[in-house]
Design a protein around this ligand. Structure first.
Ligand SMILES: NC(=O)c1ccc[n+]([C@@H]2O[C@H](COP(=O)([O-])OP(=O)(O)OC[C@H]3O[C@@H](n4cnc5c(N)ncnc54)[C@H](OP(=O)(O)O)[C@@H]3O)[C@@H](O)[C@H]2O)c1
Length: 364
């Protein structure tokens, strides 16, 4: 909403002043944000957010359990670590961004993305050129590019370089990362054996998940209790196992990996330590390690490999090969009164299994 002078807009952000249960500690801050080049500061960029996911790591950050700590300024931090926005205006020394360009955070933990608008410094933003988009690319693909989609890509590329036709086994295959793994693996010529939870009392769930993942290109989908029999029919062990769960579920994956193969842990949804069997590690030389996308980004000397990966993923999306996971879209419209905005935010960040959510900003 432009003010009369056109120099400032009313913005809202999901903020927290202390760590704790997200639905309890999160609040809404309404403020005026300058958009005039002169008021932005030399390297300032005013951004209107388009979409931002609510990732488990964002919630862990608010809880205080994530290694990337929230940045408190004047006692408040803005939630959210990824998302996509559109440049509204730039400060005088910013020569490589123009209004309308799409941008994403350069690093985690610097810009809170759960906000209708963000005032950033140029160095905090990475641009997504229009030439990388097109076809079937949606704002939500770009909003989730930096974390989940890139994680799927790196997990499949960086551990033992499985040969075409190799099997990759993963748990939490119905997660957002898991669904990306299925599709990226297919595009790379790999086969996937996908494990989902046995949940009692939900008889329709398993057939539905099997159908959904098969439609994305999964070769096999099994419940955890079906994994060991399924391995016997695989025709050989997997080259790579991707563990998002931890606990006993990680141990099951270890039994599926070929000697010398990798068991890579990237998530800990069960919040339990890995229970790994000794045999596969000692006698099978299975290499168990962890992966963290943030560490990969920080280790990059230049951004060429990152940009090549992002282009590859967006090309896959443009061609229809990277469908978004089911998400509950939370509309955060401009001009909401603070009480209403708080209801929207609290409902969105309340931890609830099985419901991936994302904010979609703008509109009256
Ligand atoms: N290392 C990295 O760089 C990196 C990058 C991206 C994501 N991650 C991590 O990957 C994980 C998934 O992220 P996401 O965005 O894909 O999440 P998501 O879409 O919300 O999916 C969550 C998944 O976790 C499963 N799950 C939830 N609670 C569980 C439990 N108690 N035991 C077993 N499975 C459980 C869910 O299965 P049900 O449907 O059966 O509930 C679902 O498959 C998170 O831990 C996230 O932090 C790590």
């Amino acid at each position: 909403m432009l003010s009369r002078a056109g120099a400032a807009i009313r913005t809202q952000a999901a903020v927290f002043g202390r760590t704790g249960a997200p639905a309890e500690v999160v609040g809404v801050r309404t403020a005026e944000m300058p958009t005039d080049a002169a008021a932005l500061g030399a390297d300032g960029v005013a951004v209107r957010m388009l979409a931002a996911p609510i990732n488990p790591s964002d919630l862990n950050q608010i809880e205080g359990t994530y290694p990337v700590k929230a940045r408190f300024t004047a006692g408040q931090a803005v939630g959210g670590n990824e998302g996509v926005g559109q440049v509204l205006s730039v400060g005088r020394s910013v020569t490589d961004l123009r209004p309308g360009d799409w941008v994403v955070p350069q690093r985690a933990g610097e810009l809170g993305t759960w906000a209708t608008h963000v005032l950033a410094r140029r160095s905090q933003l990475a641009v997504i050129p229009a030439a990388w988009r097109g076809g079937l690319v949606e704002p939500m693909h770009v909003a989730t590019l930096r974390v989940n989609l890139s994680t799927a890509y790196r997990l499949l590329r960086d551990f033992g370089a499985p040969a075409e036709g190799s099997w990759v086994v993963q748990n939490a295959a119905n997660s957002s990362v898991g669904r990306a793994v299925v599709q990226v693996a297919r595009a790379m010529g790999l086969r996937t054996l996908n494990v989902v939870r046995d949940l009692r009392g939900q008889p329709d769930r398993l057939p539905r998940l099997k159908a959904e993942l098969r439609a994305l290109g999964a070769d096999l989908v099994v419940a955890e209790s079906e994994l060991l029999p399924a391995l016997r029919g695989l025709g050989g062990p997997a080259a790579l196992a991707l563990n998002c769960v931890g606990g006993r579920a990680a141990g099951l994956l270890a039994r599926a990996v070929a000697p010398g193969g990798w068991l890579v842990t990237y998530g800990g949804m069960a919040r339990q330590p890995l229970a790994l069997p000794t045999g596969p590690l000692v006698f099978g030389d299975v290499r168990a390690c962890g992966f963290w996308m943030n560490r990969w980004y920080e280790a990059q000397g230049d951004r060429r490999e990152r940009d090549a990966m992002w282009q590859w993923l967006l090309r896959l999306a443009a061609d229809g090969g990277l469908r978004l996971p089911p998400m509950e879209l939370v509309a955060w419209r401009d001009g909401l009164d603070e009480r209403r905005a708080l209801d929207v935010v609290r409902a969105a960040v309340g931890w609830q299994e099985g419901a991936k959510r994302a904010f979609v900003f703008g509109g009256a």
